[in-house]
Ligand binder design. Structure first.
Ligand SMILES: [Zn+2]
Ligand SMILES: [Zn+2]
Length: 267
């Protein structure tokens, strides 16, 4: 740990709340923690430069036949496959140089496309719509997580699944010596509660079927933010109209009463 100046109430890069405060400094790396969504993230100014990042990802080239790696990925693919309809359209986002997971999901009968900012950077892939998106060992590398999760929401069809795998930070972890923190390209650490927070924001469901995996589903019938605002506005206009017509009716009634010839009472 080293001396630091705690910066209170900075903006959270995951949920956007102004509720971050200094969490921990290890060597020359400072981390902020958001009290709203529980995300912990590296000071953006201390991220490794892209060429260093790229060099590190190149070391993660995995062979499609690597049994140990397949077993590792099956923590995510097994529970996901149980929930998918047959021959669904999938996207592996942040697949890296050796897309083993996409291989496994194709073997299970699904159509897969790949995206990775370094290895499969075709932006057209991101214009597509998908029944599911997988994102393994990737969300901890995000520099603009709020944008990325919004993009997932846009790309997912109603009823679609987002399956993520990352090491969740928990109270059992000693942060300074945690292996996951020591990877210089890891910019964000999520807790299980962080995933639930993100899911709530988009109206997705969220479950943790197994440690370090989150499955989130976009509802079948979604009312977009725009639609819900319009809906509320219409409701408000309806009420205003009703009040206005009542007021007019009452005015007319009062006027008629005023102008009506007075009936002289019998004396
Ligand atoms: Zn937050
Ligand atoms: Zn990673």
């Amino acid at each position: 740990m080293h001396s630091h100046s705690p910066r209170l109430n900075g903006r959270c890069i995951v949920c956007g709340a102004f509720s971050t405060s200094f969490f921990a400094g290890v060597k020359d790396r400072d981390h902020q923690r958001c009290s709203a969504c529980q995300a912990t993230f590296l000071d953006p100014a201390q991220r490794v430069p892209p060429d260093e990042e790229y060099a590190r990802y190149c070391q993660h080239r995995n062979h499609p036949e690597d049994k140990r790696y397949r077993r590792f990925l099956s923590k995510l693919s097994d529970p996901l496959l149980k929930r998918l309809p047959p021959s669904a359209d999938g996207l592996d986002y942040g697949c890296g140089p050796g897309p083993v997971l996409a291989c496994m999901l194709r073997e299970a009968g699904h159509r897969m496309r790949l995206f990775d900012p370094f290895f499969y950077p075709d932006p057209k892939t991101l214009d597509g719509c998908y029944d599911f998106i997988t994102c393994t060992e990737t969300i901890e590398h995000f520099h603009r997580p709020a944008e990325e999760f919004t993009r997932f929401d846009t790309m997912l069809r109603p009823g679609g699944w987002l399956a993520v795998m990352t090491c969740f930070l928990s109270d059992d972890v000693h942060f300074a010596s945690w292996h996951y923190r020591r990877d210089p390209t890891h910019a964000i650490f999520y807790r299980e509660a962080t995933m639930a927070h993100i899911a709530r924001r988009f109206g997705w469901t969220c479950e943790i079927p197994v440690k370090d995996v989150a499955l989130m589903q976009k509802p079948l019938h979604t009312e977009s933010m725009y639609e819900s605002i319009r809906h509320r506005k219409n409701l408000r206009e309806d009420v205003t109209k009703r009040i206005e017509s009542k007021r007019r009716a009452w005015q007319k009634h009062a006027l008629r009463k005023l102008l009506a010839p007075r009936v002289q009472p019998f004396s």
